[in-house]
Design a protein around this ligand. Structure first.
Ligand code: SAM
Length: 325
């Protein structure tokens, strides 16, 4: 029987032929490939992310899934305890961001102005699933993919705890298991800078939406005037790329060789001259609940400039860029 998740047909990421359901794995109808189900999640990847091998990632996913007693917040903390190479200070920030994920996702959907009720929605690089939760609560038929299966186990805990039924699939955003034109809305937030095939992921996000559909890809701007978003350091993007990992290691004691914020020029080159997609400043994530008046005033100024004829100027230095259709 043809395999699907949430009503969306699954295809082989390599040869694009429909997959068949098997007992414990999916089988391609044309090529000899089969894809396992790991910790209850379809694993349709043909390559790992750059931090762990496929087997290491699956082992971490299974270990997380075994913590059936932990709620979403504690499982997120457990994840970082199992990742000692990331300094505690940064890990604490990542936990806080994950716990705030649904609020950020809801704010992002508000900013896009897209009515996702009843819409089919794909998130590429869904991480811990905050945006998926926000979209599903608004009635979207959402599905999330991520190249890290371990993150999907954490996302699933968030979603089940919230009583939301959102299918998750381990897959590469540059080689996803869906047909082009499947979705009304595709979003990808702060994922492009974490992948090596940036052009492939960007193009597939754009190709995944039906004609007239909405695609939003948000990426950290290399030449932002704000601190770099992953490691919170000023000026990283202005260094030669080859120097950035050593600088981040010195200042933050963490790795940076797999993070690659992009500039407007690089995004334009990836899109090519014929793309109808538009590049602009992306909406800022919501302010911290304790943000002071000055910060709120600067944010309001940013919001107004982003919607004014001055947007192209802001685009050069905005913290995040957005590619949209
Ligand atoms: C910084 S996190 C952002 C997660 C989420 N979008 C958010 O805003 O909270 C980046 C995510 O992208 C995922 N990722 C990186 N490369 C990917 C790829 N090629 N395809 C799908 N996901 C990818 C990572 O595993 C990680 O979960």
């Amino acid at each position: 029987m043809t395999a699907s998740v949430g009503g969306f047909e699954l295809v082989c990421p390599l040869c694009r032929t429909p997959l068949d359901d098997g007992d414990d794995r999916y089988r391609c109808r044309r090529c000899p490939r089969t894809y396992p189900i790991v910790a209850g999640i379809p694993d349709l990847r043909v390559r790992p992310d750059r931090y762990l091998t496929l087997e290491e990632d699956r082992a971490k996913a299974r270990a997380l899934a075994e913590h059936a007693d932990l709620g979403f917040a504690d499982l997120t903390r457990r994840y970082w305890e199992m990742t000692p190479e990331v300094p505690t200070e940064l890990a604490d920030r990542y936990v806080a961001a994950a716990l705030d994920g649904e609020r950020r996702g809801a704010a992002f959907l508000d900013e896009t102005g897209v009515d996702v009720a009843e819409a089919s929605l794909l998130e590429v690089g869904c991480g811990t699933g905050g945006l998926l939760a926000a979209a599903a609560r608004r009635g979207a038929r959402a599905v999330g993919i991520d190249l890290a299966l371990r993150w999907l186990v954490v996302a699933r805990r968030r979603l089940t705890e919230a009583g939301l039924d959102v299918p998750l699939v381990a897959a590469d955003g540059a080689m996803p298991p869906f047909r082009p034109g499947t979705f009304d809305v595709t979003v990808s937030v702060e994922t492009l800078e974490h992948t090596d095939d940036q052009r492939g992921l960007l193009h597939w996000c754009l190709a995944s939406v039906r004609p007239g559909g909405t695609c939003r890809v948000v990426v950290a701007n290399r030449f932002s005037l704000a601190p770099e978003t992953t490691v919170r350091l000023w000026g990283v993007g202005f260094l030669p790329r080859a120097w950035a990992p050593a600088y981040v290691r010195w200042r933050r004691s963490t790795r940076y060789q797999f993070v690659r914020p992009v500039s407007v020029t690089e995004l334009r080159a990836m899109l090519g001259p014929r793309s109808p997609a538009v590049i602009g400043p992306a909406p800022l994530p919501p302010p911290h609940p304790e943000a002071g008046r000055a910060e709120l005033a600067v944010r309001e100024l940013y919001r107004r400039m982003a919607r004014s004829p001055m947007a192209p100027l802001l685009t050069r230095v905005a913290p995040f860029l957005e590619v949209r259709t």
